[in-house]
Design a protein around this ligand. Structure first.
Ligand SMILES: C[S@@+](CC[C@H](N)C(=O)[O-])C[C@H]1O[C@@H](n2cnc3c(N)ncnc32)[C@H](O)[C@@H]1O
Length: 312
């Protein structure tokens, strides 16, 4: 397994998460284990680390990488949306910090063979968790045209979604669409040539992102996690989130702001009647972006955004 991975914004993550020696910390997205290694370095000896990933490849990699830490490191093959149940199962009632770095690992993109990239011809799978019940192939070959268009529009913010969905449905009437390059080609030829020529990104980028988000129900699971994280933190405990696109960042921003204001009254009411107290303090008012030197060394980090908050 090739787990070469450059972890995004390592300095900033460590500064905002600020792991304390002897503390209990969760990394909800182990990936190649780069950020986890930094956290473990800070909290050991005496700390407790729980690493979660829905991709078994990441768990196997971490098992090897962190084996020297014995029972101080627990690795769990699950979705971070299930963190309340994961911690309950481990009899952990509160943690000092949670980190999540949402999105794809370099291994998934380049070495998993699961069709996340349109740069190689692979089966259209796109499941991060091999136990998931729906693949990208299922979606492109079975979703009704309108639902397919809506998915590509909503999760890919692709303005040519209708034409793309129409072309996919037309092609699948002849034979099922089964590979990444086949799908990428259909998408490219469904878009106006002028628009394709103008774009800086590959014409299939947004549609592939949309399918991946739908296959893994990424936004629903992020929302569930953001609803629960505060109840899992000890007072003074921190959440630090790296996201990769605006759909994720919007969810993180809205949930953090809601908890920081406390008030859940509708906007139409001029004064607060709910009297709910703030539950967190925002550590980042705006998103933090990677420094220029990092983007120069690792162009993949360009879209990364960091937000963090601390439980009161
Ligand atoms: C960007 S990589 C993480 C990279 C990691 N921070 C590092 O330093 O190597 C994202 C990882 O999160 C996992 N992942 C994404 N969403 C998840 C979720 N909801 N639950 C669990 N794992 C998730 C993916 O399987 C992938 O391995």
């Amino acid at each position: 397994m090739d787990f070469k991975h450059i972890s995004a914004m390592p300095r900033e993550v460590m500064a905002y998460l600020d792991p304390k020696p002897g503390g209990t910390y969760v990394d909800g997205t182990l990936g190649g284990g780069g950020h986890s290694a930094l956290i473990i370095d800070r909290i050991m000896p005496g700390g407790r680390f729980i690493g979660v990933d829905q991709d078994m490849d990441a768990i196997l990699n971490a098992r090897e990488r962190f084996s020297a830490h014995g029972d101080d490191v627990t690795l769990v093959h699950d979705n971070f949306a299930n963190l309340p149940a994961i911690l309950a199962e481990l009899n952990i009632s509160g943690v000092d910090g949670i980190f999540v770095d949402i999105g794809l690992s370099q291994h998934q993109l380049e070495g998993s063979g699961r069709g996340f990239s349109f740069m190689k011809n692979e089966p259209l799978d796109m499941r991060m968790d091999a136990r998931g019940d729906t693949t990208a192939e299922d979606l492109v070959n079975t979703l009704p045209e309108k639902e397919l268009a809506d998915t590509i529009y909503k999760y890919g913010e692709e303005r040519f979604s209708r034409g793309i969905a129409k072309a996919i449905v037309k092609r699948r009437e002849t034979a099922p669409i089964t590979t990444t390059l086949e799908l990428a080609d259909i998408i490219r030829f469904a878009m106006p040539a002028k628009a394709v020529a103008k774009q800086k990104i590959h014409p299939a980028t947004r549609s592939f992102q949309a399918l991946r988000i739908a296959v893994n129900r990424e936004l629903d699971r992020l929302e569930r996690f953001m609803d629960d994280f505060c109840g899992l933190l000890n007072p003074g405990g921190r959440l630090c989130v790296l996201s990769f696109h605006s759909l994720e960042d919007r969810i993180v921003k809205q949930k953090m702001r809601l908890l920081a204001s406390g008030c859940t009254c509708p906007k139409s009411i001029p004064i607060c009647v709910c009297k709910n107290e703030p539950k967190v303090k925002l550590l980042t008012r705006k998103t933090i972006r990677p420094a220029e030197d990092e983007v120069a060394a690792n162009p993949m980090a360009r879209s990364t955004r960091l937000r963090a908050c601390e439980k009161l």
